[in-house]
Design a protein around this ligand. Structure first.
Ligand SMILES: *Cc1c(COP(=O)(O)O)cnc(C)c1O
Length: 443
């Protein structure tokens, strides 16, 4: 080894951030500012915590962007993944099957509020929505009905970033430049309008025979900044849609798998969608998997002769990925075995109590909650900039990983969050808000 230069110094988080910025393009992120924003570079996770390359620990208060349910590196989920890995990771679902996808679909059949469900798997929430949009479109075509080419969708909706899901989603989120690519939809107000249901019903009355489907995020419009509505309103909307023969698409990509205090938000509303989109928490945050769930009357409209025109000509390479499906099936069992839905309800109550002092701060406009989905809307003084960003940065340096949507700080911990950890999140958030408010008061 003589003559060789000394071993390079231990690689720090800053080194990793530099390497990162040189080669990785992060979504929804201004890369020119990325390195300077001291990103957390995760090396490993355990339970509700993430550890960076310097060994610092962060409480994952956003469930790694709303996907993690049981915590990180869960020993039971790890075992399920390893057992499947030994058998096979992937084989195509186009024209053939695999035991993991079948087992998962059977388990989901018993919990989804959809009648006679069939599951079309994909890998991302946006793809599940895209599939639902196309299925609804072809459903009418297969029935021989023409002219149902539009969709009813809500203001402030977010359904993903592919062009179709972007189209049923509302503008904003920096996506307005894509407007020329969006297909037109009938847009009625979102949850920030208390009359959103009656306004939607008025449009339904006039245009229902032009609609392929109506698309909704039941109870919580997450990406809009956790705008919430109540179950009765969602039920009234769903009833009005379905009474006019329009298929109801429930996008439960964010709300599914316990996040709202039930397995699915649709259940809290007492509704049964015709099409349902699942993603995010479906694998407990382990692997990319999503699914479009079709009720039997939708599915059956696609039955016909082999290679015939009723077939749904759509599919993804990784549809029904066996590794992801095996983890998702075990995840469903673990939610039940560990009583995590009840735990989510109790944790949500604790979170509400813990955030009461935060809600009382003058620098906070409103705290909106449904289950474990929480938005803390800040109240920045006129001329103040990037409050959401700065508050979250202060929380991160205090060891709680938060990420804002504009000036709304999202708090969405895993179902496995403990009472002590909830208190830590609330205390840290309160200090972070006070810190930023004090900076601006001095300036
Ligand atoms: C996150 C989200 C999506 C998109 O899911 P991706 O996996 O990010 O493509 C769709 N709908 C809702 C309601 C979401 O919150």
């Amino acid at each position: 080894m003589e003559g060789r230069p000394a071993a390079p110094p231990a690689v720090t988080a800053a080194d990793w951030a530099r390497r990162d910025a040189a080669v990785v393009w992060h979504g929804f992120t201004q890369m020119a500012a990325y390195e300077g924003s001291t990103p957390v570079i995760v090396e490993r996770g355990e339970g509700n915590y993430l550890y960076d390359t310097d060994g610092r620990r962060y409480l994952d208060a956003i469930s790694s962007l709303w996907v993690v349910t049981l915590g990180h590196a869960d020993p039971d989920l790890n075992r399920a993944a390893l057992a499947q890995l030994e058998r096979i990771s992937h084989s195509t679902l186009l024209g053939n099957g695999n035991t993991a996808a079948i087992t998962l679909a059977e388990a989901l059949r018993d919990v989804v509020p959809v009648t006679g469900p069939h599951f079309l798997f994909a890998s991302d929430g946006a793809a599940a929505v895209e599939q639902a949009i196309k299925i609804a479109f072809q459903y009418w075509h297969n029935l021989g009905v023409r002219g149902r080419t539009s969709y009813l969708a809500l203001g402030d909706a977010y359904h993903g970033d592919s062009v179709g899901s972007l189209s049923v989603g509302d503008g904003g989120f920096g996506t307005d430049l894509f407007d020329p690519l969006r297909f037109g939809v009938l847009r009625t107000p979102g949850y920030d309008d208390p009359d959103w249901v009656s306004k939607a019903v008025a449009v339904l009355d006039e245009h229902h025979d032009r609609l392929a489907a109506a698309v909704v995020e039941p109870l919580v419009q997450g990406a809009a900044g956790m705008l919430v509505t109540d179950p009765d309103r969602v039920a009234a909307f769903a009833g009005a849609v379905q009474a006019r023969g329009v298929p109801l698409v429930c996008d439960e990509v964010a709300t599914g798998f316990g996040r709202t205090g039930a397995m699915f938000a649709s259940q809290l509303c007492g509704i049964r969608p015709d099409l349902m989109c699942l993603g995010k928490g479906i694998t407990g945050g382990y692997l990319p998997l999503s699914a479009t769930v079709a009720a039997s009357h939708i599915f059956e409209a696609f039955l016909g002769e082999d290679l015939g025109p009723r077939t749904f000509y759509h599919g993804h390479s990784y549809s029904g990925n066996a590794l992801a499906c095996a983890v998702a099936a075990r995840h469903l069992e673990l939610i039940v075995e560990r009583g995590l839905i009840d735990r989510a309800v109790a944790a949500a109550e604790r979170l509400g109590d813990a955030l009461a002092p935060v809600a009382a701060l003058p620098a906070v406009r409103e705290v909106r909650r449904r289950g474990l989905m929480t938005g803390v809307e800040l109240n920045p003084p006129a001329g103040a900039s990037r409050w959401g960003r700065r508050v979250c940065a202060a929380a991160v340096s205090a060891g709680v990983l938060l990420r804002p949507l504009g000036d709304v700080v999202v708090v969405m911990p895993p179902l496995s969050i403990t009472d002590d950890e909830i208190d830590t999140i609330a205390r840290t958030l309160a200090s972070a808000i006070e810190e930023v408010a004090a900076e601006d008061a001095e300036a």
